[in-house]
Write a protein that binds this ligand. Structure first.
Ligand code: DOR
Length: 450
């Protein structure tokens, strides 16, 4: 017997419209989006007064599993996702061991099957000598990957690849889409050498400055264009990059992160090294340009770059303090709060946080509330108002740079494949997540423009 769930009388955010209706889910998939309110179902979820959004797909998280699980693991990270309305994540390769062989990728997928509350996928990481593995990763049955991650600038985990010959070979010979951390290493090094005396966290934005970000982004876009290779710019942080991206389109896409949209260099005074991440925070003007770029479509999606470190690690004096902040629990509330303030719409959020990432990475069956799509959904209460609190964070590190910030608009229930993974403040403990399926024949974001 099929299992049916009726989500009754929600304001449902669909690609073309938001409508008050009832959604019928059968065996984990959306069967109908205009079900009569008295349709028979095994489970009825009363959703009057709530909005139903497609679950968030976060294409940039660092869940530290295996190897650095004192910061986070796939269980705690995926539970934090569930609480934040994130129903699928793509995880970065700078774990221990690094995900730089097909074997390590297969191991991570096996680990995730046992630990993940939400759906998962893992990038293959580039090194200076794993081209064969990167080529095999796209063509090994059962070991699917969204793409290849290159650290064109070094960050946590010692994975720098900035040799031009290596980069040319990766763009020329691999077939998976490529994504990169763009901060130019030689610019960062020479900035660092020019600074004398003891450093403070304010220097982080002088060392990892605008020029570092812009130089590396231009370099990567040049590679993508010459090799006609799909390429996604991670965590854009400067107005200059937004202007460059506005001239791109196929095969280039880009994303912004909440820290670069909501924080800037003036926040170092208040947050100290808690506001240290790579790319670094920039100015209020950059922040404003990122918002404009997002709204104009120069930057297509949002992602968290969730990069947890313990408070003790973060409190080390700069530059010993590690870069990165946790964010999967706050991305959606931060953005819902902006919807309430009139800065963007729920339809924008569905595009930037669900449909957009699904299209960039060719994720099958995800990102929309439409018949035939998977029932990865989040019910949100646009009226609920409360503070972000460190003690409420499910991420193992237990802190947020937004601690004490009052937000209006919060997820109240999250479904993965029709199963509830978060409701009434409680999160599932079963491994209900599934491996995401990537169909790269689809051709990515620009090939699927609607
Ligand atoms: O701030 C960052 N932290 N940026 C990155 O690119 C990596 C991340 C981490 O893994 O800690």
């Amino acid at each position: 017997m099929p299992h049916r769930i009726l989500i009754r009388d929600a304001s449902v955010v669909m690609p073309e419209e938001t409508a008050r209706t009832s959604v019928l889910v059968e065996d984990g998939q959306i069967l109908g989006v205009d079900a009569p309110p008295h349709t028979r179902a095994d489970e009825v979820v009363e959703a009057a007064g709530l909005h139903l959004l497609p679950g968030v797909i976060d294409d940039q998280v660092h869940f530290r599993d295996p190897g650095l699980t004192h910061k986070e693991d796939l269980r705690t990270g995926s539970q934090a996702c569930a609480a934040g309305g994130v129903t699928s994540f793509l995880e970065m390769p700078n774990t221990v061991p690094q995900t730089v062989t097909v074997g390590a990728l297969a191991d991570k997928l096996a680990l995730a099957e046992r630990r993940c509350v939400v759906n998962y996928g893992f990038y293959m990481g580039a090194t200076t000598d794993n081209l064969d593995e990167l080529c095999r990763a796209g063509h090994t049955p059962g070991v699917s990957a969204p793409g290849i991650k290159i650290f064109i600038g070094s960050s946590t985990g010692n994975m720098l690849v900035d040799d031009q010959e290596c980069l040319e070979a990766i763009f020329a010979e691999t077939t998976l889409p490529i994504t990169a951390h763009c901060e130019d290493e030689s610019t960062v090094r020479s900035n660092r050498e020019r600074l004398n005396g003891p450093l403070s966290v304010h220097d982080h934005s002088r060392i990892r400055d605008h020029r570092a970000a812009v130089t590396a982004t231009l370099r990567a876009i040049d590679l993508a264009r010459r090799h006609r290779h799909r390429f996604h710019v991670l965590h854009v942080s400067t107005a200059e990059e937004v202007a460059i991206l506005a001239q791109q389109g196929d095969p280039v896409t880009a994303e912004a992160c909440p820290h670069h949209l909501f924080l800037d260099i003036s926040d170092y005074d208040r947050l100290g090294t808690l506001a240290q991440m790579n790319p670094s925070l920039k100015t209020a003007d950059d922040r404003a340009a990122l918002w404009r770029g997002l709204k104009a479509g120069a930057v297509q999606i949002l992602a968290t770059d969730h990069a947890p470190h313990t408070l003790e690690e973060k409190r080390a004096p700069y530059p010993e303090s590690p870069s990165g902040i946790p964010a999967v629990e706050v991305l959606l509330p931060l953005m819902l709060n902006e919807v309430n303030r009139g800065r963007c719409t729920l339809q924008d959020l569905a595009k930037w946080m669900s449909d957009g990432p699904a299209r960039i990475w060719d994720i099958v069956g995800k990102g929309r509330i439409e018949p035939g799509y998977d029932a990865d959904l989040v019910l949100v209460d646009m009226a609920e108002e409360r503070e972000v609190r460190n003690e409420r964070q499910l991420a193992r590190c237990g802190w947020s740079p937004w601690h004490g910030t009052r937000l209006q608009g919060w997820p109240v229930r999250t479904f993965v494949g029709g199963r509830t993974v978060f409701a009434s403040g409680r999160v599932a403990t079963e491994s209900l997540g599934r491996a995401l399926v990537f169909d790269h024949e689809r051709g990515g974001y620009w090939a699927t423009a609607t």
